[in-house]
Design a protein around this ligand. Structure first.
Ligand SMILES: *Cc1c(COP(=O)(O)O)cnc(C)c1O
Length: 444
């Protein structure tokens, strides 16, 4: 196998996600090259010709401890010899039990019931269905609507698109979708003159209060991405919003769903992002990093109160949702190995230092006149670029690849979200690659 052969066969047979395939075939300056990967090791991806790329976006925000991590590999090899998978309806196994217990403990046992699926969008839909159904079981028949934030992203299946507010993913399918109402985002970039991030959060919360005051009887749940709306461009906001949203949801009898699919698992500096607001949601969605970036796995955690609303003699009052691979033993074992690494290596504490180094490496970019809103929370750093070029994102992506870095801007927002094993040298490499790619892209 070589690069050229794999590329040609991929273009003929594989329909790549989130991609206009013609851009892979085009040869102009704004074309999108398809990159063949032969193997991964640590933070690096290697092709067949010896080229390498620093995986600065953790392969779409999933990888936490590097590619081909020896400890996760060993756990998976051991699990392969015991049990690869078993039906979870009517059966149970050690990895799924241990993972449920450990995740529950990480929420201080506030969210003591874990429901399993395989991808993030399914977790979103499970949380929405559970919320609606639990209200119905409790006699609140009118609670059939959901509420999300402007610019929210909760997945792209038809049900999850209902609470996703990103035009590029939603517009084409709008006729298929029963859209939720949106309330203003607390995005700190919206600060008016003299306003702090806390002020923006309070302003957005007051709009939420007005909406809930008018519509709470028809609303089952508010769904949020705690602290960072990642997919719409790394919009960061103050934890004050979560604190106020929690208070309002409790006051108006509306569930709070925290979608931590992207921001959970230590990304923002705490294991769960919502911890920074000192709150607990009614539902917590996890996926992406939870399996260390190894296998598809998602989990919805919820409270005893929600669980009890389904606990009954009548089958139809149960939560009858199911996926074939729910609670897959290999995926759960990868997640357990991932949690082991967090504990053994004191990852949350180590990431504090790592995040500071990342901040230092990116600081010179913040001083550029073509860069605005340099921002960071834990292991996610982002900035916006002043440019009118509609092909900026693709051009920057190419320029970064040429500097051995995998960085995929969202529109004109450049961000990095590296695995938690990046070394000082790799962070320095990243800072230089971003600066160089910016020069090339804006000069072109
Ligand atoms: C990625 C993501 C999802 C969807 O997860 P998939 O596994 O891609 O379906 C949902 N919510 C958030 C916040 C995400 O970042």
């Amino acid at each position: 196998m070589n690069n050229t052969e794999l590329l040609q066969r991929s273009l003929a047979a594989v329909w790549h996600p989130c991609t206009q395939m013609k851009q892979h075939v085009n040869q102009d300056a704004a074309a999108l090259p398809l990159i063949p990967i032969a193997r991964g090791e640590g933070a690096w991806l290697y092709d067949f010709d010896g080229n390498r790329y620093l995986d600065a976006i953790s392969s779409w925000w999933v990888n936490l401890f590097g590619h081909a991590n020896p400890r996760i590999n060993a756990a998976l090899r051991a699990q392969l010899d015991e049990l690869e998978h078993v039906i979870l309806a009517g059966f149970t196994h050690r990895p799924v039990v241990e993972l449920s217990e450990r995740l529950s403990a990480l929420t201080g046992h506030a969210l003591g019931h874990c429901f399993f699926a395989s991808d993030g969008a399914s977790a979103t839909e499970i949380a929405l269905k559970m919320s609606f159904h639990s209200w119905r079981n409790r006699g609140f028949e009118t609670k059939q609507q959901f509420l999300c934030l402007e610019g929210s992203y909760h997945g792209e299946t038809v049900g999850a698109l209902a609470v996703t507010d990103v035009a590029i993913f939603k517009d084409a399918y709008a006729p298929l979708v029963r859209s939720a109402a949106t309330v203003p985002t607390p995005d700190a970039r919206l600060a008016r003159d003299g306003e702090t991030a806390v002020d923006v959060a309070r302003r957005a919360a007051s709009a939420l209060e007005q909406h809930l005051d008018r519509h709470h009887e028809t609303i089952a749940a508010l769904i949020v991405e705690p602290l960072i709306q990642c997919a719409s461009g790394m919009a960061m906001y103050d934890p004050e919003y979560l604190r106020l949203a929690r208070e309002l949801c409790s006051r108006y009898n509306v569930h709070l769903i925290c979608d931590e699919i992207a921001v959970g698992c230590g990304r923002t500096g705490t294991f769960f992002a919502h911890e920074q607001a000192g709150i607990r949601p009614d539902f917590l969605c996890l996926s992406k990093g939870i399996s260390g970036g190894y296998l598809p796995l998602s989990i919805v955690l919820t409270t005893d109160k929600v669980y009890q609303a389904f606990y009954d003699d009548a089958t139809a009052r149960g939560f009858l949702h199911s996926h074939s691979y729910t609670g897959n033993a290999l995926a759960c074992r990868a997640a357990l190995a991932t949690l082991d690494i967090f504990a053994e290596d004191k990852v949350i504490a180590g990431n504090k230092l790592r995040a500071e180094k990342l901040a230092a490496a990116l600081a010179p970019l913040g001083a550029r006149t073509d860069v605005v809103h340099l921002r960071q929370k834990g292991m996610i750093a982002a900035f916006d670029v002043r440019t009118d070029d509609p092909a900026f994102s693709r051009k920057f992506y190419r320029a970064a690849l040429a500097r051995e870095a995998l960085v995929r801007p969202i529109g004109t927002t450049v961000y990095v979200m590296p695995p938690y094993i990046v070394s000082d040298d790799e962070i320095a490499h990243l800072g230089q690659a971003l600066a160089g790619a910016l020069d090339t892209t804006l000069a072109a």
